[in-house]
Each structure stands twice: as C-alpha cells, then as structure tokens.
Write a new protein. Structure first.
Length: 168
C-alpha cells in the first residue's frame, strides 16, 4: 500500500510540475472539489448505511503483517473491499456522465468545452487513483484467506497422520 501511495504521489507531482508553467498552475488543473464530493457522496454513505465501516478499516489493518483476525473477518473485509471497488467505479462513471452532460449542455459556448471536458475526465482520473488504492487491500485479503486455508489443510493432514499412527 505504501508503494502505491508513493507511486501515485510521485506521478501526481510529475503531472503538477509539468502543468506548473500553464495558466493557473498544475495543482489547480487536477483538483476539482465538487467532483471529489460527488464521488464521496455516491460511495461512502453505502458503506456507513450497511454498517461495514469496521470491515473496511480492518482491510487497511491487514496491511500490517502482525495483524491477525479470524477467517470470517477476512471474508468480510474482502467482501467490503470488493464492494467499495464497485462503488468507486460506479461513482466515477456517474460523475463522469454528469460532466459530459454539462459539456453537452454548454456546447454553444466554445470557451467552456475545455473546462467541462476536464471535469468529466477528472472523475475517471480520481476513479483510477482510488482503485489503485483498493487493489492492494483486495490482494492482501485474498492472500491471507489462502494462507488461512492452507494452514487449516496442513493441520488436517497432521491430525490424520496422528490418527493413523494411533491405529497402528
């Protein structure tokens, strides 16, 4: 997760520096609070409404190697991460379409085409960034589930070997 955050930060920094000489500066070109707010409103209330906040936080805790939890908690964390990935994707599509509708509504004003297009594309950009942050959580939860299953299988084999040895 740390490497993904560092990668995103460095790529954003490169983008900001490359846009820095343009009008308005680089950070202003990739920052759109209404788009982020719309994505937040479409994503997180579902998480809170369903009472899945604890499971979502647990998914982040899984990134710490020393954190341990039960198999059912792992499954819940994976399910919530996968749900959030879908929520983020759907929110990005909806907000992108909102930007496109705004663009189509103001096609007669040629000066607004560029800014309205960038707003529509920023939703896609934000969606990709959020998805990059969700992927390591999903991978870690799946890895832990596989480890848990393998550990259970090894314990079963040992128990069977002990039973065979007792019978002989």
């Amino acid at each position: 997760m740390i490497m993904e955050i560092i990668g995103i930060f460095i790529s954003l920094l490169i983008l900001i520096i490359s846009l820095g000489n343009s009008l308005g500066g680089g950070l202003a070109w990739i920052t759109d609070p209404p788009t982020l707010l719309c994505m937040f409103v479409l994503t997180f209330p579902v998480l809170l409404k369903e009472g899945l906040g604890k499971d979502f936080i647990r998914a982040f805790k899984l990134l710490r190697k020393e954190y341990r939890c039960s198999f059912s908690e792992l499954r819940h964390a994976l399910d919530v991460v996968e749900m959030m990935q879908k929520q983020i994707l759907c929110a990005g599509v909806i907000v992108s379409f909102q930007g496109l509708f705004l663009l189509l509504h103001s096609l007669s004003d040629l000066a607004s085409i560029g800014p309205n297009t960038s707003v529509a594309l920023l939703a896609v950009f934000y969606t990709a960034i959020f998805e990059l942050l969700m992927l390591p959580l999903q991978i870690e939860a799946k890895r832990r589930i596989v480890d848990y299953i393998e550990q259970d299988a090894e314990e079963e084999v040992k128990e069977q070997d002990i039973k065979k040895a007792e019978k002989e």
